[in-house]
Design a protein. Structure first.
Length: 301
């Protein structure tokens, strides 16, 4: 198969591993810089150009779209979809996962465990938001944040109010969530591929750091997850329509709660922690499922 990967940095571990795994199985994989692609949106003749040339016909597109270029990246991905190229993750599903509020609403609708989460526009409603979330300590999150950026732990109602009012005063949309103290600064990342959890790791934050992201100095180790945690991860992926994703969960006193569903999960941490060939399993999924024009959401938001 001819595969194209949309990625701004071809030298990232995840991108190199996917290319290596694809080529080891006899496929051809090209990496194109998402922001250098441009489109001819012509009736019945959609085309994507790159560095002055029309891209050839591909069988599969692997979107590795950075959070900062989500809008343009999804536009390019939709163009590939209109050309009948099979997307590893569809544009609609990625769009859902990148909108933290939308994804939480969809997960809540399907009865998936979540931390108590509140959202409001008017800064005058700060007191009500704090009350709904159960009071401090609370986690305040930017809707557009990623890799732990834009996440603040407020340990008192007074500090929570100050953080919320500062963000809202700057015109930034935020979520306010209960702090799951019993998680002890650790979370679980479950890698879902094709409706199955293929690997899971436990991430622990650095000293004096409540965020467990590996990019922020956290550590990871392989973990055996419970049947309930496995089911939660699989249901979360299905709810958002993602074929491949990382589901981040916390162990709370009332069962697993989902913090985020990542549509472009990094492979380095989980492969090194578990020894599992995640990249190879993603390529195997593509081999089994890829078919021209095959999508699940049919453009539904």
């Amino acid at each position: 198969m001819k595969i194209v990967m949309m990625a701004r940095n071809p030298n990232l571990y995840s991108h190199l591993r996917l290319k290596e795994a694809a080529e080891a199985r006899g496929h051809e994989l090209d990496i194109v810089n998402t922001l250098r692609c441009y489109m001819n949106i012509a009736s019945r003749r959609p085309e994507v150009y790159y560095n002055g040339e029309k891209l050839p016909k591909y069988d599969v597109v692997i979107p590795r779209i950075g959070a900062s270029v989500t809008f343009y990246g999804l536009a390019v991905l939709r163009q590939f979809e209109m050309m009948g190229v099979y997307p590893l993750n569809e544009s609609v599903a990625i769009g859902r996962s990148r909108d933290k509020l939308r994804s939480m609403q969809l997960l809540a609708r399907d009865g998936i465990g979540l931390p108590v989460t509140t959202f409001a526009h008017d800064p005058k409603q700060t007191e009500e938001v704090l009350s709904l979330a159960g009071g401090a300590p609370l986690v305040v999150k930017l809707l557009e944040g990623t890799q732990g950026i834009g996440v603040v732990l407020a340990d008192s109602d007074r500090s929570a109010k100050s953080v919320i009012e500062a963000f809202r005063g700057a015109g930034v949309n935020i979520l306010v969530q209960e702090f799951i103290k019993e998680a002890g600064g650790t979370d679980i990342r479950a890698l879902v591929v094709g409706g199955k959890v293929i690997a899971a790791m436990q991430r622990t934050g650095a000293d004096d750091e409540f965020r467990s992201n590996l990019h922020r100095g956290g550590s990871a180790k392989a973990i055996r997850i419970s049947p309930e945690e496995r089911a939660t991860a699989i249901r979360s992926a299905k709810t958002l329509g993602l074929n491949v994703c990382g589901v981040d969960m916390l162990r709370s006193n009332h069962g697993p709660v989902v913090m985020e569903v990542n549509s472009s999960p990094g492979l380095e941490g989980v492969e090194k922690a578990t020894g599992i060939d995640v990249a190879g399993k993603i390529i195997e999924h593509i081999e089994a499922r890829a078919k021209a024009g095959k999508t699940k959401t049919k453009g539904k938001g």
